[in-house]
Design a protein around this ligand. Structure first.
Ligand code: SAM
Length: 344
């Protein structure tokens, strides 16, 4: 370990390569678990550099696997790295890394979907929401089937300032299928604009910072991979509960190719649909003939604010589900038909 002036920099000692670790511990990727590993340490260094300055940081790495990104994080002069890995086969290899970086690497054999990071790091790291982000970072290359539900869960945590965001505006650097990374960062009017774009962008500054070709992974996935950086905003662009925003956005994108009034109409029971949809759009000052992809975050802000008022006036509105109504209507029709048939 080298010391220069008052700044001491940490470098891992020479270690077997990730490829050798995979051989040594027989860590063949399990296809069903979508395990694709990054073996090129120049690439993992690049991902970690894009996460920002990690000097003295506390980092939470999700899904470290054989430890490529883990090594790059350890070499970035962090104070502590906590990794959570579900597959027990990786634990011995990670233990070897921990021995090479004494006191720096904490290994948890667990599931990121349930692990409580809010108690893992020192209280002293906590910053007020309005302050600069704390020196806490989340980094991970997870299977795509985990990273999308996880980001939805973490966005809800951002809106409630809980989970990983009890420390303040914790930054996240995560990989997604390239198409999902494009949706997360898509601007108003673009082809990729979707529910995910609005949900991410009303709460965070979202940047697609890197694209990694599928061939960089072993085994090679069928798609390229996008690395996305999230910094929670000081003030969310929509100041309403997450579940309310999610409901409005989800309904708006219900019929992607139709005018937005079609999807938004599904927020209301059939008997009042036309009238309430008109009221919502008029009060929110949104053109009913815009397509869902043409709605900006500020359009959604107005829609959510008006919808909130309508729900306050009629609390049943918030629990209304058009699919339920459709199902009930279908079974009523079926009953009526059966009765008529038996009368004939
Ligand atoms: N980060 C490594 C890399 O870049 O080479 C491994 C990437 S591999 C795509 C995903 C890793 O996440 C695997 O090690 C897998 O076992 C782990 N994983 C999958 N689901 C997980 C979960 N729910 N909680 C924790 N780890 C998980």
């Amino acid at each position: 370990m080298a010391a220069s002036g008052t700044l001491s920099t940490f470098r891992l000692p020479p270690l077997p390569t990730i490829r050798e670790i995979i051989k040594l511990f027989r860590l063949q990727a399990v296809k069903q678990l979508s395990q694709n590993f990054l073996l090129d340490l120049r690439l993992t260094d690049k991902i970690v550099r894009k996460a920002g300055d990690l000097t003295n940081a506390y980092v939470y790495e999700v899904g470290p696997g054989p430890g490529g990104i883990t090594r790059s994080i350890l070499n970035a002069n962090v104070t502590e790295l906590l990794v959570v890995e579900k597959d027990s086969r990786f634990i011995p290899g990670l233990q070897m890394l921990s021995d090479a970086a004494p006191g720096k690497l904490r290994i948890v054999h667990g599931d990121v979907l349930t692990y409580k990071i809010e108690r893992a790091f020192p209280e002293s790291l906590k910053r007020r929401w309005e302050d600069d982000p704390p020196n806490v970072h989340i980094i991970g290359n997870l299977p795509f089937s985990v990273s999308t539900p996880l980001i939805i869960k973490w966005l809800e945590n951002v809106s409630c300032k809980d989970g990983p965001f009890v420390y303040g505006r914790t930054q996240m650097t995560l990989t997604f299928q390239k198409e999902v990374a494009e949706r997360l960062t898509a601007s108003t009017g673009s082809k990729q604009r979707s529910r995910l774009s609005v949900m991410a962008q009303y709460l965070c500054n979202v940047q697609h910072i890197l694209t990694i070709p599928g061939r960089a992974f072993v085994p090679k996935p069928e798609v390229d991979v996008g690395v996305v950086h999230f910094t929670p905003l000081m003030r969310p662009r929509i100041e309403q509960p997450f579940k309310l925003v999610e409901r409005v956005v989800q309904n708006a994108f219900q019929f992607r190719r139709k005018y937005c009034y079609r999807g938004l109409g599904m927020l209301f029971p059939e008997v009042q649909r036309v009238e309430s949809t008109e009221k919502l759009l008029e009060l929110a000052d949104v053109d009913p003939t815009l397509r869902p992809s043409q709605l900006s975050v500020s359009h959604f802000k107005s829609l959510c604010d008006v919808y909130r008022k309508m729900c306050d006036e009629d609390p049943h509105l918030f629990t209304y589900n058009f699919r339920e109504e459709l199902k009930q209507n279908k079974s009523k029709n079926q009953e009526r038909e059966n009765k008529e048939r038996s009368r004939r």
